[in-house]
Design a protein around this ligand. Structure first.
Ligand code: SF4
Length: 730
């Protein structure tokens, strides 16, 4: 086992000795940067990918209040409830303040020093890698930490320690969009700018509910002065659907056949943009031949929409109209998610709705920094969005890190579900969960429980009481948003700066400092061992992005991100300042070798989940309200946010389904699937289609019901598709 370096030893002391008089974190040699005693600190929200600018109000060196930044180009002085309450989770009394190690005799978690925590960490990690090989240990990380920390963790794990299994909860959120864009455009490149919300004639939202999931983006839609037609394709009449021009309630998981049917209809009407297709795409002829089987009767029959609705949708693509198609998790989380996203891409390509104001196949990101993860975390891609399978890309990265190219694996390694499967089968003995809560959020929850029980589980989080942290063998207390520096990348490719406005409590450390401890304890040297600050990592990101589509070498340092409210990539050297808002592909040149976008398509596959007499209802899941974030790890710590959300878990169902079961509003019911059970109170809602129920994903038991089905290309879970029964809870 490597020797624990001196830098860890000084952490073996009470919290009051955490900072020296000079403000230096003892042992690490970090000078975290003093906060201005008074004034406003400009930062970016750390929840969703909208990336709103926030101002933290400082008094006597403490963060005392927060308000939206009126000068920020994204939110223009507005914020949703989560943003307004962003400081509350930091001040929560139940923050983790010390590393905790499970005592084998009593089973209780006991306080230990950072030195002891690191000793155990490297001992258990080393044992597992020795026993099982390089896939024998894994981390599961997050889209909720700055990109600098993601790069550190991924590089440390894969190039420093030599472990190969790693993934992030962006697998649950954006893996589909990542794969779809990469195959179609040659790079994971969402083409839009938020200004496009205001520039469209027609906006189509597919499986997206921005009115509550991305409320500030919805406000951008409402600023559109072109009197746009706004259409929502969703089985539920969501908040967005109610506010839209038109809601088209299609059958769950019928979006792919409907999108192919629309493409066929557009072709039949002669509304394609032949010049654009000829000059800037490839594969159209095969696509056109493939579309022949997607007749209008077939699209109507499988999607359940009317002929008039179908015709209305096709009319939106009349030549000359600017059409923007926006999607989120209703598309990304499906058994054929990548091809569905690409069906949206195909519609935009064939009608020339790309690279122009108000157009585009536009995926709205979920978590605030899922794109940082996609581009720099060394999970799905090598840094700079490079491919693990490309020898030139591996060589470029190896040269930068000063390591042999053979040390870089030629695959991204097992995906999230495969990691957990390996653990369940005893092929892996160490699991490190960083800033995420899979014991709540993973599809078919019991699979995570089973995997965790078979491994030495390390959980690094703000709180020791999350569903995952309470299962841990070793808990590492970390700082959260507002307690560290770095950058994040929002949905429109904008890098924003996150600023430290508070110090983590007790012995808690920023994730970056914890990664430094691990690097030191393992004995990692070279570039990785030299990283000390977020600025060091940002400079590494600049270097590693040079010449790539996501080039940010023109942004000289983190401070430069503040001057314009962030910077969209690309911003190569010499291109700064780049202007406030830019979209991609205005020149029709894509990132493929041929510089042409590709039509990618496949036959439609039925959902593997079928209804029967035991489980006659279709389960849909999704966001409950704008005051709730995912597993409620942080938003539940705010009394204001709690007061804005339901107290009990809810299930929404159609009046006819409730009547058939003799249920009354507010009654407790039991929901069961072939995987598990959950309890909830009934909400009888005419917004539901008959035969379908909706359970907000924030309920701790929601994923007791979901079934582990994955898209074969992105391996993203299909959360919005289950078979259940609802019964009175006797
Ligand atoms: Fe934060 Fe998203 Fe709300 Fe903006 S919309 S304040 S980024 S959670």
């Amino acid at each position: 086992m490597p020797e624990i370096p001196n830098l860890v030893r000084s952490f073996d002391g009470p919290a009051t000795r955490h900072l020296s008089q000079s403000g230096t974190v003892q042992g690490l040699g970090l000078v975290p940067g003093r906060l201005a005693p008074e004034g406003l600190l400009r930062t970016v929200c750390g929840y969703c990918s909208t990336g709103c600018g926030l101002l933290v109000h400082l008094q006597d060196g403490k963060a005392v209040n927060l308000s939206p930044d009126p000068d920020h180009p994204v939110n223009l002085g507005t914020a949703c409830p989560k943003g307004w309450e962003a400081l509350a989770p930091l001040a929560s009394f139940d923050r983790g303040r010390s590393p905790l190690l499970r005592d084998p005799a009593s089973g209780r978690m006991m306080r230990v020093s950072w030195e002891r925590a690191m000793e155990v960490f490297v001992e258990k990690l080393g044992e597992s890698l020795s026993r099982h090989g390089s896939d024998g240990a894994a981390f599961l990380s997050t889209g909720q930490i700055p990109t600098e920390e993601m790069l550190f963790l991924g590089a440390l794990w894969k190039f420093g320690i030599g472990a190969t299994a790693a993934d992030s909860n962006t697998r649950q959120c954006m893996a589909t969009a990542h794969t779809a864009y990469k195959e179609s455009f040659g790079f994971d490149a969402p083409p839009f700018s938020y200004a496009d919300f205001e520039e469209s004639d027609n906006l189509i939202f597919v499986g997206a509910n921005p009115a509550i999931a991305h409320p500030i983006l919805w406000e951008r839609v409402l600023k559109n002065r072109r009197n746009p037609t706004i259409v929502v394709l969703d089985p539920r009449r969501t908040e967005t659907a109610q506010a839209a021009t038109r809601h088209v309630a299609l059958a769950p998981k019928s979006d792919l056949v409907l999108l192919y049917g629309l493409a066929n209809e557009i072709l039949r009407r002669g509304w394609m943009d032949r010049d654009f297709v000829a000059a800037h795409t490839e594969g159209f002829d095969s696509f056109a031949a493939f579309l022949e089987e997607f007749t209008t009767p077939r699209a109507l029959g499988e999607s359940g929409i009317t002929e008039e609705e179908f015709s209305f949708l096709a009319d939106l693509f009349e030549p000359g109209k600017r059409v923007g198609i926006w999607w989120t998790m209703g598309v990304n989380q499906s058994h054929q998610a990548v091809r569905t996203a690409q069906a949206i891409v195909n519609l935009c390509l064939m009608t020339g709705n790309i690279g122009k104001p108000g157009t585009g196949p536009n995926s709205i990101t979920g978590q605030m920094n899922a794109m940082g993860s996609r581009l720099f975390s060394c999970t799905s891609s090598l840094p700079g969005g490079r491919n693990w399978t490309d020898p030139d890309h591996r060589r470029e990265v190896a040269e930068w890190f000063g390591i042999p190219a053979e040390k870089i694996p030629d695959t991204s390694g097992p995906a999230y579900d495969q990691i957990l499967s390996n653990a369940r089968w005893g092929l892996m003995g160490f699991l490190w969960v960083v800033a995420t809560n899979p014991a709540h959020s993973w599809i078919g929850q019991e699979d995570f429980d089973a995997a965790a029980k078979k491994t030495f589980l390390v959980v690094q989080d703000l709180y020791p009481d999350t569903e995952t942290a309470v299962m841990a063998d070793l808990y590492l207390p970390s700082g959260g948003w507002g307690e560290k520096d770095g950058s994040m990348i929002n949905s429109e490719r904008r890098l924003g700066r996150m600023r430290r406005a508070a110090t983590p409590p007790g012995l808690a450390l920023s994730d970056l400092d914890i990664f430094r401890l691990v690097a030191g304890a393992w004995g990692v040297e070279g570039r990785i061992g030299s990283w000390k600050t977020a600025e060091d990592l940002f400079q590494a990101m600049r270097d590693l992005s040079k010449g790539r589509p996501c080039d940010i070498s023109g942004v000289v340092d983190l401070a430069a991100l503040e001057s314009q409210g962030g910077v969209q990539w690309p911003c190569p050297e010499g291109a700064y300042p780049p202007g406030k808002e830019r979209r991609l592909f205005e020149d029709g040149r894509f990132f493929t070798k041929s510089m042409r976008a590709k039509f990618v398509f496949d036959p439609v596959r039925p959902s593997p989940i079928t209804l029967d007499a035991n489980y006659p209802l279709r389960l849909l899941t999704g966001r409950g309200s704008s005051s709730q974030w995912h597993t409620l790890t942080r938003t539940s710590r705010s009394a204001i946010l709690r007061s804005l959300a339901p107290t009990d878990p809810l299930v929404e169902m159609h009046p006819a389904d409730a009547t058939a079961r003799g249920l009354v509003p507010g009654e407790w019911v039991r929901i069961r699937s072939c995987r598990g059970r959950a309890r909830a109170r009934v909400v009888i809602a005419s917004t539901m289609r008959q035969g379908e129920i909706f359970v907000p994903m924030h309920a701790p038991d929601a994923n007791r019901l979901t079934e582990p089905v994955f898209d074969p290309h992105s391996r993203q879970p299909s959360y919005k598709d289950g078979a259940v029964q609802v019964e009175r809870d006797r």
